[in-house]
Design a protein around this ligand. Structure first.
Ligand SMILES: Nc1ncnc2c1ncn2[C@@H]1O[C@H](COP(=O)(O)OP(=O)(O)O)[C@@H](O)[C@H]1O
Ligand SMILES: [Mg+2]
Length: 433
């Protein structure tokens, strides 16, 4: 890339960002109209300044302030008009209409008082998002959430989230225009790969990319019924881990139908329970070894250790699809049950201790049986994502029923995170590996 190319790209990006910011300004059309009127007024005042000044001096009795303003009509217009314009720029247009709408959907307190729209502003981090700030008149957040669908229809917006403002007397609605919705298909491109180590990108919500940083949140649990897109998402994450230099381990008991040849070349695969136990044994041994190394050098975690010693110990990522099938002991022989118990205990150790030592689990499941993934493992998996699911599965994965409530029944690759962010996962083609 030549310097000119770079310069051109930078310049175009600046413009694109500018337009994107501008197009997200609340009530943009009305505001532009006021700016246009102000400028037109300025031209008119400019052209008439001498006439006005002459007229002011010809009048016999006039207050000194008025006289000064009329003889210096241009600066007077700039100051007074500018102040009025500034107020109009932040005024939430449609305040009264919003109040009427809220009253009509019954969002009122016991005294029949309706929330008051205080401000509409563009979100700093997300130019497409408008934040509506209401004085909530003591109506609790839960009631606002309950009425989310009615609010969306009444205000003609799609609500991204509703939260309390600085105090509980304010409610903030984060909204995007109704036409905006998530695309059904979003293809992965390597340019989406995050440059931050060790951030993995899952897809996009209305607010932008949804990411998880394994440095802070070490393990990921993916849920969803058959065909919801778990396997694709699991592979998307493992592929990114590979790109970032992690060693990837994969348990695949379906005889390699799920993971094609490319994976087998780049990752360590285990196809049987015995191999799986062996792999997990190795991971736990590595964990113990790293624990010793970190203790000796007084480093709190893997990154600090690598930096202090100049070594480059890689992160280790273990991925397993249909993990409930793997761990299910019903109908198994005594010997098998023991083997499975050991597998489970190794997984629990990694789940509990893996974070500081850079050893991570990414597990996927579709089975809504609470007892199959033991609490010891599940409770340490802090990043949870669920695709299309019934309320039992949603409850198990996310501890709430939001996946059942918010993910359409025919959606593929559409997920919701534990904190309620709905996103479209990137569709990733193994040929891109
Ligand atoms: N992110 C996505 N975007 C669009 N379609 C997807 C996405 N993920 C999966 N799909 C579609 O759904 C099908 C099932 O996905 P898969 O990951 O195998 O589901 P699961 O493992 O949950 O049963 C895929 O073959 C693909 O056609
Ligand atoms: Mg699958």
């Amino acid at each position: 890339m030549t310097r000119d190319d770079k310069f051109n790209i930078q310049r175009r990006t600046v413009w694109r960002n500018f337009w994107q910011r501008l197009s997200g300004v609340p009530d943009l059309a009305v505001k532009l109209l006021f700016v246009a009127l102000y400028l037109a007024g300025m031209v008119w005042v400019w052209s008439k300044q001498e006439a006005v000044s002459a007229y002011a001096q010809s009048v016999e009795f006039m207050s000194p302030i008025m006289l000064a303003a009329m003889t210096h009509i241009v600066p007077a217009y700039l100051i007074v008009g500018g102040a009025v314009l500034a107020v109009l720029m932040v005024y939430p247009f449609g305040r009264k209409a919003a109040q009427d709408q809220l009253r009509s959907i019954g969002l009122v307190n016991r005294a029949e008082m309706v929330p008051e729209l205080l401000r509409k502003r563009q979100d700093k981090e997300h130019p497409r998002v408008t934040v509506w700030e209401f004085r909530n008149q003591s109506i609790p957040l839960a009631v606002w959430e309950e009425k989310q669908a009615a609010l969306e229809a009444a205000l003609d917006i799609s609500i991204v989230k509703i939260i309390y403002g600085k105090s509980r007397s304010r409610v903030l609605i984060y909204a995007v225009p109704t036409q905006t919705s998530l695309p059904d298909i979003l293809r992965w491109s390597d340019s989406y790969l995050s440059s931050d180590s060790f951030v993995l990108t899952l897809g996009e919500s209305l607010l932008g990319p949804v990411t998880v940083n394994l440095v802070h949140i070490p393990h990921i649990l993916l849920g969803g019924s058959t065909g919801s897109g778990k396997s694709v998402l699991l592979k998307l994450l493992l592929m990114q881990a590979l790109h970032k230099g992690a060693e990837v381990y994969i348990a695949d008991f379906k005889g390699g139908v799920d993971f094609s040849k490319v994976w087998r070349e780049k990752c360590r695969m285990c196809f049987t329970e015995a191999e799986l136990l062996d792999t997990l044994d190795n991971l736990v041994r590595e964990l113990e070894q790293r624990k010793g190394l970190l203790a000796k050098t007084g480093c709190p975690n893997l990154d600090a250790y690598n930096e202090a010693t100049g070594e480059n110990l890689p992160r280790l990522v273990f991925g397993c699809d249909e993990v409930a099938e793997v761990l299910d002991r019903t109908g198994r022989s005594k010997g098998d049950k023991e083997l499975l118990a050991q597998i489970e205990s190794r997984l629990a150790t990694i789940a509990r201790l893996g974070r500081a030592f850079g050893i991570h689990l990414i597990l996927a499941t579709q089975r809504p049986d609470a007892n199959i993934i033991p609490g010891q493992i599940k409770n340490n998996m802090d990043f949870r994502v669920c695709g299309r699911a019934d309320s039992v599965l949603s409850q198990i994965i996310l501890d709430n029923t939001s996946a059942a409530d918010q993910i359409p029944k025919d959606a593929r690759g559409r997920f919701i995170t534990g904190d309620g962010t709905v996103f479209q996962g990137y569709l990733f083609d193994e040929e891109q590996l």
